[in-house]
Design a binder for this molecule. Structure first.
Ligand code: FAD
Length: 497
């Protein structure tokens, strides 16, 4: 008899973003017999949140994101989350390096490049925080090489645009990590799908929207899919379904009617960038500079002045500014939010709204900003910014998870959540942080939940070790091994170490 890990199955991936791309490639590596069908409502791959212009492209490794190192009540810096994210990013890099080494795609520069990561703060209190953060992180091997400075000349050499025109008496400080990265997640998703679709028994259906899905008595899923070109309605059956529809995942999870999906709601937060159109200015900045979030701002609204490398061309972005739209996808409908309200999530949604008044206030304030207001916010990071050098661009849409809570009725979460049926036949990914950078770790977690027997099998374990040698290896006591692998992965991905 064929063992479960080698059995053929029909897998349906809803959505052609980075998450489905990662899961598809992982599954096909683990069991080449799987048949995989991908349904995407748009006419392009990765045109929603995963597209380079719709996200910040930061390879989140906690080098510069101050919200990953909160200050405890006793005044210490808690680095647990930072270490978790930094390790998870190494898992992603290991998988990408494996794929490059296997010859599946040639130029890692098409999706990943080094751009130093800087945290920059001003004012006594923030400088003290940054120094304490640096002292806590530098003791950990994953943050080796981080530099700290309060010296204005050094800071000027690191980021001239940020330092020119700054008040001389202002107390400022920064940390810098040279091995920070900028990632074009859109290109990464496209190369992953290009490879996936070259394999036998894999089909990509663009302009196909999944409208409904129901579990059948025989344990299979039946999906109703609409071909948006011919208007034909088709029915598809699947053994396993991944709802990798980004912002569109919540409505589909509700339609699946699985017990585990009850009570979830979503709160959309849209994003906007200021994009620089002056080539001379763009060429003067070569780093990602992250600051501190303003009061009431959600964690993903930390302002940053970001050098990006998009399709070989340098770009300079500032933001994100938050906004409010009832759409769950950038190419979605204004009815998305109202239509997602159901009997089982109305209380969690109202409670979460009530308990997050400061966020509501922040979003209203952000939504009413004029161009001049936005440029004024930019001047905190780039004092000499000229408003005519900057244009507004709309970023991707994030749907924050609202969950039932015994005490508060409902809570708003800023992380990522995998919801899966107890029998492992379906899973959905809600939320968007830390996002695409940790896509490999998130999809491995999904496999643990939905393919538990296969994941324990010798065949899959052997393959996992070959692809991601660091997988499941705790950091403590294995520091040298982790750093050796990081050096190896950086080499394969043409990154510095
Ligand atoms: C402003 C912003 C900044 C960000 N910055 C970063 C960052 O710096 N670093 C980082 O790592 N992450 C970042 N992220 C998060 C990252 O972009 C997301 O985590 C990631 O792109 C999510 O990928 P996905 O595949 O789940 O979703 P998506 O890329 O949104 O893909 C979902 C796909 O599903 C399709 N779809 C939806 N409904 C249906 C349906 N019914 N039928 C068929 N297809 C459907 C959509 O058209 C879409 O193509 C950012 C996100 C935003 C919005």
């Amino acid at each position: 008899m064929t063992q479960p890990e080698n059995q053929p199955k029909h897998i349906v991936l809803i959505g052609a973003g980075i998450m489905s791309a990662t899961l598809g490639v992982l599954l096909k590596e683990l069991n080449p017999h799987y048949r995989i069908s991908i349904y995407e409502r748009l006419d392009q791959i990765a045109a929603e949140s995963s597209d380079a212009w719709n996200n910040a492209g930061t390879g989140h490794s906690a080098f510069c994101e101050l919200n990953y190192t909160p200050e405890t009540e006793s005044g210490d810096i808690d680095i647990k989350k930072a270490v978790k994210i930094a390790s998870s990013f190494e898992i992603s890099k290991a998988f990408w390096a494996y794929l490059v080494k296997a010859g599946y795609f040639a130029n890692p520069e098409a999706f990943i490049n080094n751009i130093p990561h800087i945290s920059f703060v001003w004012g006594e209190e923030n400088v003290a925080f940054l120094k304490a953060r640096y002292e806590a992180l530098i003791t950990h091997p994953l943050f080796k090489g981080m530099e700290y400075s309060e010296d204005r000349e050094t800071l000027h050499a690191w980021m001239p645009l940020v330092m020119d025109g700054r008040e001389p008496q202002e107390k400022v400080a920064a940390t810098k990590v040279d091995i920070g990265t900028d990632i074009n997640f859109g290109n990464l998703a496209r190369v992953l799908f290009q490879h996936l679709c070259s394999l036998p028994r894999v089909e990509m259906h663009l302009m196909h929207e999944v409208r409904d899905l129901k579990k059948q008595e025989d344990g299979q899923w039946k999906l109703k899919v609409k071909n948006l070109i011919t208007k034909e309605k088709i029915k598809v059956t699947a053994d396993f379904v991944f709802i990798g529809a980004g912002g569109g995942a919540l409505p589909l999870l509700e339609k699946s009617d699985i017990e585990e999906g009850r009570g979830y709601g979503g709160f959309p937060v849209s994003g906007q960038w200021l994009v620089c159109n002056n080539e001379a200015v763009i060429q003067q900045h070569n780093v990602k500079v992250y600051g501190k979030a303003s009061v009431g701002a959600p964690p993903m609204s930390v302002p940053h002045l970001d050098t990006r490398l998009i399709d070989g061309k340098k770009a300079l972005l500032f933001g994100p500014f938050a906004g409010f739209s009832t759409k769950f996808l950038k190419n979605g409908s204004y009815f998305d939010l109202p239509l997602s309200i159901e009997l089982d999530n109305i209380i969690p949604m109202l409670s979460a709204g009530w308990h997050n008044m400061s966020l509501t206030g922040y979003l209203i304030q952000q939504a009413t900003l004029s161009h001049e207001d936005r440029v004024e916010a930019l001047r905190e990071y780039f004092p000499a910014a000229q408003s005519e050098d900057w244009e507004l661009a709309i970023a991707g849409q994030r749907v924050q998870v609202i969950k039932k809570d015994e005490e508060e009725g409902g809570v708003l979460e800023f992380g990522t959540e995998i919801i899966h049926a107890a029998d492992g036949s379906i899973a959905a990914l809600l939320g968007a942080s830390p996002g695409a950078s940790t896509s490999v770790g998130i999809m491995l977690e999904l496999l643990e939940k939905c393919f538990p027997h296969e994941m324990q099998s010798k065949t899959w374990q052997k393959k996992l070790k070959q692809m991601i040698p660091l997988y499941k290896k705790v950091f403590k006591g294995k520091e040298k091994e982790w750093l050796d692998w990081r050096r190896y992965n950086n080499g394969v991905l043409h990154l510095s170490d």
